[in-house]
Design a protein around this ligand. Structure first.
Ligand code: MTE
Ligand code: CO
Length: 434
C-alpha cells in the first residue's frame, strides 16, 4: 500500500483517537443498540470498530459516472436475488419453470427481473411491429389491432395483481419436498399492469348474444390456448403491454398479455395474438388433461380457475434461517383470488396458538399482501405457520383438510398451511405436521 493510500485512513483514525472519540462512538452506538435490544455483535467497548474507523475505497475514490449503466442493475452484493429452477423437475428448460426469490424480497411488488417464468415452448422473441391482436368469432365486427392501435385506444388503466401458477406447491401435495420457500411458493409474482380492459375491446367488436366464451391464444411455439367465460372477460380481464411501468419483459409475454385477475396463471396467455368468441369452452389440452384435479373416486375437478386464499412465511424459511437471538422480524405474503386479505394469523408452535400478524402496506383485492410479526427469539425450536383469511370469510386450510376433500392425486391448487421447523441453531427446514 502506498503512503498516499494510507494517509486518509491514518488521519481519520488519528483524529478520532486524538479526540478520544473512537471508544465514545462505540460506547454510544452500543448504548443505542442496547436500548433497541439488539446485540451489538461487533462493538466491543473501548475497541475501535474497523468498519467505522477504516476508510473504505468507496469512501475514498470517485465512483463510476452516470453513463456507466444506461439500464441499471441491482447492487453486485445482491447476487442471491435471482430466479432459480429445479433441474430435475423438467426434461429441458424450454418447457419448464423457475421460481421467484420471494425470500429475498419485501413489500408487495415483484421486480420485473425476478418474476418467475413458466414457458411451454421457450420465450417467444416477438417483434412488436410484426405483432397483431385479432378479435373474431361471434362478434359483429372482427378486429385486428397493431400495438400502436392498442396504445392509443381510449380507456387505459393501471392495476396491481398477483399471478400464481396453479401448480405452485404442487410438489408438496403428498408431503414436504423442497427445502426453500422460493421452490415451495415461488411460482408467484405481483406487478402493476397497464392496459385496456378486455371489455372495452370486446364492446368495440360487439359480442353477439350467443357469445358466452372467450378463447385466448399465444404467439409462442406452444400456442398456449385457454377458454375464459364471458362473465370474467367482461368483469376485470386486461389486455396489457406494461408491467411495473415499463414494457412487458419477453419472459412475461412481450409485447402483449392477457391478465385474468385472481385466476390460475395458466390462463394469463402471454404473447397474446388471438381472441375468439364462441358459445362453449374449447376443451383445450390445458383445460382437460392439464389443470384439472383427479379426485379419489376417479372423477376430475375441472374449470377450477380461482386461486383460493393462501399465505406463507418467507422469513424465516430454509433459505433465510434465523441468525440472531433476541428481536427478529418474521415476514410473509398472503393473497386471495376471491378478494382482499383481511387477516393473517401466525403460529410459532405448529398451530396450537395463533397471533394476528401486522399487515403493512395496502391489502388490495387479488394482490399480494405483506405481513409481519415482530418477535423475540430465545433459541427455542419453532414450528412456524401462517394462515390467511379473505374478504369472503374463507380461512386457509391445513394440508390435511385439503387432502380430506381432494384425495392424494392432486397437483394443482395446493393452498394448504406451510410449516417451517426452526431448529435451536436457527437452521430452518420444510416439514409437515398437519
Ligand atoms: N402463455 C403462453 N403463450 N405460453 C405459455 O407457456 N404459460 C402459462 C401462462 N401463459 C404460458 C402462457 C403458465 S402455466 C403460467 S403459470 C403463466 O403464464 C406464467 O407466467 P409468467 O411466465 O409471467 O410467470
Ligand atoms: Co402455470
Amino acid at each position: 500500500m502506498s503512503v498516499q493510500d494510507k494517509t486518509p485512513q491514518m488521519s481519520r483514525r488519528g483524529v478520532l483517537r486524538a479526540a478520544g472519540l473512537a471508544g465514545a462512538a462505540a460506547a454510544a452506538g452500543g448504548q443505542a443498540l442496547a436500548q433497541a435490544k439488539i446485540n451489538p455483535a461487533k462493538l466491543e467497548p473501548g475497541k475501535p470498530d474497523p468498519t467505522i474507523t477504516d476508510i473504505q475505497d468507496w469512501n475514498r475514490f470517485l465512483g463510476p459516472g452516470v453513463e456507466a449503466a444506461p439500464y441499471g442493475k441491482p447492487s453486485r452484493f445482491e447476487k442471491e436475488t435471482i430466479r432459480r429452477n429445479v433441474a430435475w423437475l423438467t426434461a429441458g428448460t424450454e418447457s419448464s419453470i423457475n421460481f421467484t426469490p420471494i425470500h429475498e424480497l419485501d413489500g408487495i411488488i415483484t421486480p420485473n427481473g425476478v418474476c418467475f417464468e413458466r414457458h411451454h415452448g421457450g420465450v417467444a422473441e416477438v417483434d412488436p411491429a410484426q405483432h397483431r391482436l385479432m378479435i373474431h368469432g361471434l362478434v359483429d365486427k372482427p378486429l385486428v389491432f397493431t400495438m400502436d392501435d392498442l396504445k392509443r385506444f381510449p380507456g387505459r388503466i393501471n392495476r396491481p395483481y398477483f399471478l400464481e401458477c396453479a401448480a405452485n406447491g404442487g410438489m408438496e401435495w403428498k408431503g414436504a419436498q423442497l427445502n426453500g420457500v422460493q421452490f415451495t411458493h415461488g411460482m408467484i409474482h405481483n406487478v402493476w399492469y397497464t392496459g385496456i380492459p378486455l371489455k372495452t375491446l370486446l364492446n368495440e367488436a360487439g359480442v353477439k348474444p350467443n357469445g358466452k366464451w372467450v378463447l385466448v391464444e399465444g404467439a409462442d411455439s406452444a400456442a398456449m390456448t385457454r377458454s375464459i367465460p364471458i362473465e370474467k372477460a367482461l368483469d376485470d380481464c386486461l389486455v396489457t403491454w406494461a408491467m411495473n411501468g415499463e414494457a412487458l419483459r419477453a419472459e412475461q409475454g412481450y409485447p402483449l398479455r392477457i391478465v385474468v385477475p385472481g385466476w390460475e396463471g395458466n390462463m394469463w396467455v402471454k404473447w397474446l395474438r388471438r381472441i375468439e368468441i364462441g358459445d362453449q369452452p374449447w376443451a383445450q389440452r390445458e383445460e382437460t388433461s392439464k389443470y384439472t384435479d383427479l379426485l379419489a373416486d376417479g372423477r376430475a375437478r375441472r374449470h377450477t380457475w380461482v386461486m383460493d386464499a393462501k399465505s406463507v412465511v418467507t422469513n424465516p424459511s430454509p433459505q433465510k434461517p434465523l441468525k440472531h437471538k433476541g428481536p427478529n422480524v418474521l415476514s410473509g405474503l398472503a393473497w386471495s383470488g376471491r378478494g382482499a386479505i383481511t387477516r393473517v394469523d401466525v403460529s410459532i408452535d405448529g398451530g396450537k396458538n395463533w397471533q394476528t400478524a401486522r399487515i403493512d402496506g395496502p391489502a388490495l383485492p387479488l394482490c399480494l399482501t405483506r405481513f409481519y410479526v415482530d418477535f423475540d427469539w430465545n433459541g427455542q425450536e419453532l414450528m412456524v405457520q401462517s394462515r390467511a383469511m379473505d374478504s369472503t370469510g374463507y380461512v386457509q386450510p391445513t394440508k390435511d383438510a385439503l387432502r380430506k376433500v381432494r384425495g392424494l392425486n392432486s397437483i394443482y391448487h395446493n393452498n394448504g398451511i406451510q410449516t417451517w421447523l426452526v431448529r435451536a441453531n436457527g437452521e430452518t427446514e420444510n416439514v409437515e405436521i398437519s
